[in-house]
Design a protein around this ligand. Structure first.
Ligand code: NOJ
Length: 533
């Protein structure tokens, strides 16, 4: 077994995602900003996370709330200035924490100067920076590819009489990553931020970045269900996950590796056997291709445990695992598995082998907040109003205290707060031993202290009904994690020879300190962590 010092911060640490619009507003405009984040860094340090990933803060027309970038090397005035950013990075590092930026290389805003040039004429030098194509003979789109946000992925440009491709909104044209100039321009962007000292990137939709050169049609999806986004009608076999992507990722990795101890994370929604290819040949791809299975799989002990085994088994030699429990695109964990089960989910996230990514507010059990139809802001929700796909409910302001607007802003918050924020907030939970926040803090601290938990090996023990049990261990220490993934009680039958120990952490603190020598009766929604003798 390897020694701890051989592991890097992004392996042994934990990542906390901030959605900057919603974390903390400092100037009363109802939208979070960089000074707001700076003012809350002490909280994150106290909580015990290692790295902060912030969703895009660059100039943007905000058609997709910052994922439509019009300048990659500046800060949107809503969020602050480059000086604020320099201060943020300094303050993060002062606390011995890391800062990860969101990089959106697949597409720009349609207002980015590159695209304005590209669309200005067919022979503009930047024409080939985007994916332009003639219509078919009948005037229709070059392929049947769909936009993730609804409708066709192609937009007709009247002036130059061609279509351009956009995997997301028409205001987010896709860059042509086959063009070496595009590659160099984006690598320069990466260097701009790396030179400023950022500790890495979370790369937006990494698996979308290259499309089929022959522009073949996508096949239809026989499993499509009408409640799903229209995008799901087709299998994106030719518009995503193309073999050439791995060459691009390895180039991005090279740029990253020219700096010390930086991390390259890929946002990739793919099944395990496709996902692991993004680690690259000889691990020269992404350090962490995001593993979203705790989000995408049913909350079922058997499904989760067989996934864990499949994933552990499929990881390439030297490939480091990771787990994500929530993000700004998905319903919150508390809304998916329920308030009571959310602690168990947190325990699973923070005891599995691999880097965990937490989403802001999950540590206090924030729930999805219903947004009245006339207040919906998310383009995905607006474009497909009948499908309940708005991401706004998971993007509401952080609940800090019981004051006006939960201490998030002195103005009108850009999204509403829930009715119960006076009870569900950081201040109310901080001193309460039984709260979700205290639970998260204690498990984060323990994980940090114990090599067995942050770098130790994983060993499955049993999956039985709703029970999931596994071991994390180093040569000197062994922990047994026992989780009840249902609301009903269950019994963990011990082989007493093997599993004697003391409960060091539990979803109900009353359990802690008890020795374990016989079968363990678990209440519904209970999880315990036993340090084995
Ligand atoms: C993935 C991001 O997480 C999501 O919020 C965004 O809408 C799309 N990529 C498009 O950039």
């Amino acid at each position: 077994m390897k020694q701890e010092q051989q592991y890097l911060w992004w392996q042994s640490g934990t990542i906390y995602q901030i959605y900057p619009r919603s974390f903390q507003d400092s100037n009363g405009d109802g939208i979070g900003d960089l000074q707001g984040i700076i003012s809350r860094l002490d909280y994150l340090e106290w909580l015990g996370v290692t790295a902060v990933w912030i969703s895009p803060i660059y100039p943007s027309p905000m058609a997709d709330f910052g994922y439509d970038i019009s300048d990659y090397c500046d800060i949107h005035p809503l969020f602050g200035t480059l000086d604020d950013f320099d201060q943020l990075i300094q303050e993060v590092h002062k606390r011995d924490m890391k800062l990860i930026l969101d990089l959106v290389p697949n597409h720009t805003s349609d207002q980015h100067p590159w695209f304005l040039e590209s669309r200005s004429s067919k022979n503009n030098p930047k024409r080939d920076w985007y994916i332009w194509h003639d219509a078919k003979e009948d005037g229709s789109e070059p392929t049947n590819w769909l936009s993730v946000f609804g409708g066709s992925g192609w937009e007709w440009d009247e002036k130059t009489q061609q279509y351009y491709y956009h995997a997301f909104l028409k205001e987010q044209p896709d860059l042509n990553w086959r063009n070496p100039e595009v590659q160099q321009a984006m690598f320069d962007v990466m260097r701009f931020w790396l030179d400023k000292g950022v500790d890495g990137f979370r790369v937006d939709v990494m698996w979308h970045m290259i499309k089929d050169e022959k522009l073949r049609d996508n096949p239809s999806n026989p499993d499509y269900k009408p409640h799903q986004a229209t995008y799901e009608q087709l299998i994106p076999a030719y518009s995503t996950d193309q073999p050439e992507i791995h060459d691009i990722v390895s180039k991005m990795r090279k740029v990253t590796d020219a700096y010390k101890a930086r991390v390259l994370i890929g946002e990739i929604y793919l099944p395990v056997h496709r996902l692991i290819i993004y680690y690259g040949t000889n691990n020269k791809g992404a350090h962490l291709p995001f593993n979203f299975s705790l989000i995408t799989l049913d909350w079922d002990a058997h499904k989760l445990s067989s996934h864990i085994s499949e994933y552990e088994g499929a990881l390439p030699e030297g490939g480091w695992p990771n787990w994500v429990i929530g993000n700004h695109d998905q319903p919150r964990i508390t809304s998916r598995v329920g308030q009571a089960q959310a602690k168990v989910a947190g325990m699973l996230l923070l005891t599995l082998r691999g880097t965990p990514t937490l989403y802001y507010g999950d540590e206090i059990g924030m729930r999805d907040v219903p947004i009245p139809p006339d207040k919906v802001q998310d383009p995905q929700g607006l474009n497909m109003p009948d499908k309940d796909l708005s991401r706004d409910p998971a993007r509401t302001p952080m609940q800090w205290d019981s004051s006006n607007n939960a201490g998030f802003t002195t103005g009108e918050p850009w999204l509403p707060l829930p009715y119960n924020f006076q009870r569900i907030n950081v201040e109310a939970q901080r001193e309460d031993t039984y709260s979700m926040l205290s639970f998260y803090r204690r498990i984060l601290q323990l994980r940090k202290q114990e090599p067995a938990l942050h770098i130790g090996d994983y060993e499955p023990v049993v999956t039985n009904g709703s029970l999931l049990a596994f071991i994390r261990k180093t040569e000197s220490k062994k922990y047994l994690v026992v989780l009840n993934l249902s609301h009903k009680p269950c019994i963990f039958r011990l082989n007493t020879q093997e599993y004697k120990g003391t409960i060091v952490l539990a979803t109900s603190p009353e359990r802690e300190g008890k020795t374990i020598e016989a079968n363990i009766s678990l209440y519904g929604d209970e999880g315990i962590l036993i340090e084995l003798d």
